[in-house]
Design a protein. Structure first.
Length: 207
């Protein structure tokens, strides 16, 4: 029995590594079918392995004066209508009465998801949102996210185009439909999910 478990673990590790390699460039292959304006590839684009019923998120920085297109695609095994939302991460001033309430609460304003889309820790920094140093009576801030777009309210559109008028710290949240398996020995239905990010310098429009 011990040998079986060891062998199963080796095989499973091998399959996972192979799947990760296969998915690494999925966004380049599966998300580039838009017929819109040509835009440059953005290195923040990523792909990852996801399972049915899983929700994951990652951070993207959009810079002012750029037009962006965010496209989401997935393997057929995950089905259609993958849901995604785009939030803006903002720093909000904490009022004195809110600070008192926060001290008595165990909830965190930064805990957005139990999963994280791999390798995005370098795309965004929280340094600018830290509280004032100890002993400093200056203002304190908390991190919140504001919903900007939900593709389920837009006929599950696989892409969205927008203009960043100023630098924006965005959170892209991906949700794969279906129920996550609760059985420990049942192989989860997994597939590739890609997020292709493209950009181009904004063009002046109108008079």
């Amino acid at each position: 029995m011990r040998q079986f478990i060891l062998f199963f673990g080796i095989v499973l590790t091998g399959l996972t590594s192979y799947a990760q390699t296969e998915c690494s460039q999925f966004h380049r292959k599966g998300c580039s079918d838009n017929d819109g304006v040509f835009m440059k590839y953005d290195s923040q684009s990523k792909s990852a392995i996801m399972a049915k019923g899983q929700t994951s998120e990652f951070h993207v920085v959009a810079y002012g004066g750029q037009d962006y297109r965010v496209s989401v695609c997935n393997s057929e095994i995950l089905g259609g209508e993958v849901k995604y939302k785009i939030y803006e991460k903002q720093r909000v001033l904490i009022k004195p009465e809110e600070e008192t309430n926060d001290e008595s609460s165990n909830e965190s304003t930064e805990d957005y998801s139990s999963d994280s889309y791999e390798d995005y820790s370098d795309s965004y920094s929280d340094d600018s949102y830290e509280d004032a140093p100890a002993g400093n009576t200056g203002p304190k801030f908390k991190l919140v996210k504001e919903l900007l777009y939900d593709n389920s309210q837009d006929s599950y559109s696989p892409f969205i185009e927008f203009t960043a008028e100023g630098s924006m710290s965005l959170i892209v949240e991906i949700s794969v439909p279906g129920e996550e398996s609760k059985m420990k020995l049942k192989v989860r239905e997994t597939g590739c999910v890609g997020v292709l990010i493209e950009h181009i310098k904004s063009q002046n429009t109108g008079f």
